[in-house]
Design a protein around this ligand. Structure first.
Ligand code: LLP
Length: 425
């Protein structure tokens, strides 16, 4: 059998014209579980993690998987078993980590709008650190911690004002963003944090954006953050850890992000040069651990030739895969089986939802007919975790592929569940 790997997808390949994830034929998955359905390769996740681990050999690093990228319990379990902690942004995510067997003491809590109830929940569980984003949040966290007789461990998220050169919706480290403490106010805010009896300052963090495909913004942000560390420690406030956030991009369409180990070799060279090489490091990668581990399988319902455009209408839609319509994101779309007889057409791949924004791919050349299956690639991150029930559609099932077996890790929604919490008058 000839294996023909797809760019950026080492664990997905055609074997004798049948698309396989590891050793599982994706056509069989579609037939057994119906479509749309997500499948994730465990080996792909672990090899993405291994690239980080190689870059961290001999260093003190805690990888905290940013679970908003894909929060399925089994996915969390894979990372927890591999030693990861978690970067969370809500009480719901915290509860998921516990349900998946993750360790509270390896959790960091990010986000600009933590509620008192979420702070209490996290303090009672003894999480590692709160990444605090404003003075107002410091005040509230101090109050909540004191009411529990605790000292909350805090890190301040600094806004380094660096352009990550990514989509504006996922760029977070510029002055105009709602995130982090402005560069000029950082020292005063640290002094304030250190003076609160209910807080213990332990770190500093920054996260400049997502789908970053160049090392330069990371290196600039690191320099700016280390300048701040120099100044904060000169002011007498010791920092136990430095958290560089997440953001490393993946190959969606010929993108060429640095590999995690190459990026970290550069970052450690900088840290070593500035005397911080043996400091405890934290990172919060999301997309780069799961994005290219997943596909969404969908069935072609109809081919609809048009005057200006042809449409390939499939059974997955913007509620299952929101990235194209939200960020004009490109996901490769490939046939699950190559039959060699169907003529190719150029078409927009669209879903059944009643909006023109419901598209998954534009101007794609595909040789498919009704009843065939397509795979939307790079769908392991920010796809199912952002899926909704819009148009009262059931969210897809999810599978984890492991070698030549697969596990159902989430059943497809059932329609009655959609209104289980609603009440007739
Ligand atoms: N840490 C913080 C504080 C974050 O806000 C994020 C992502 C991460 C870590 C993980 O970033 P990653 O390594 O995944 O790039 N829905 C968008 C992406 C939103 C990212 C939000 N924050 C998309 O589909 O492109």
């Amino acid at each position: 059998m000839t294996a023909n790997t797809l760019p950026g997808q080492p664990h997905i390949a055609y074997q004798a014209n049948a698309l396989c994830m590891e050793n599982v034929k994706l056509a069989d998955v579609a037939a057994q579980f119906g479509t749309p359905v997500f499948a994730y390769s465990k080996a792909a996740m672990l090899s993405a993690l291994a690239a980080y681990q190689r870059g961290f050999a001999g260093r003190k690093v805690q990888i905290c998987y940013a679970m908003k990228a894909n929060s399925n319990l089994a996915v969390l379990q894979v990372f927890a078993k591999a030693g990861c902690g978690f970067d969370i942004v809500s009480g719901g995510e915290l509860a998921r980590v516990l349900a998946a067997g993750g360790a509270p003491e390896k959790i960091i809590f990010s986000g600009v709008g933590k509620t008192r109830a979420e702070m209490k929940q996290a303090l009672e569980l003894g999480i590692a650190c709160f990444n605090v984003e404003s003075e107002a949040e410091l005040e509230v966290l101090n109050e909540v911690a004191l009411s529990l007789g605790q000292k909350a461990r805090v890190s301040l998220r600094v806004n380094p004002n660096v352009d990550p050169k990514t989509h504006p919706y996922i760029s977070t480290g510029l002055k105009g963003n709602k995130f982090g403490i402005a560069h000029d106010e950082v020292i005063d805010t640290y002094k304030k944090a250190a003076s609160y009896p209910g807080l213990r300052v332990v770190g500093i963090d920054c996260h400049i954006g997502s789908q970053i495909t160049d090392s330069a913004p990371y290196l600039d942000a690191a320099d700016r953050m280390l300048d701040l560390v120099d100044a904060i420690e000169a002011a007498g406030i010791a920092l136990h850890h430095l958290d560089f956030g997440g953001g490393l991009g993946i190959d969606y369409a010929g993108d060429t992000p640095p590999s995690a180990d190459a990026l970290w070799a550069q970052l450690f060279a900088k840290l070593d040069a500035r005397g911080y090489g043996d400091r405890q490091i934290m990172i919060e990668p999301g997309r780069s651990l799961v994005g290219n581990a997943g596909v969404c399988l969908t069935e072609v319902l109809y081919l609809k030739p048009g005057e200006d455009k042809n449409f390939c209408i499939v059974d997955a839609a913007m509620n299952d895969l929101p990235r194209p319509t939200l960020y004009q994101a490109y996901h490769s779309i490939v046939p699950v089986a190559i039959d060699g007889t169907t003529p190719p057409v150029t078409c927009d791949v669209v879903g059944p939802i009643c909006e023109s924004g419901d598209w998954l791919g534009r101007d794609r050349t595909l040789a498919v007919k009704a009843g065939d299956h397509l795979a939307v690639l790079s769908a392991g991150a920010y796809s199912m975790s952002m899926a909704s029930n819009y148009n009262s559609r059931n969210r897809p099932a999810e599978l984890l592929v492991e070698g030549d077996t697969h596990h159902l890790i989430r059943e497809r929604d059932r329609t009655e569940e959609q209104w289980a919490n609603e009440r007739l008058l």
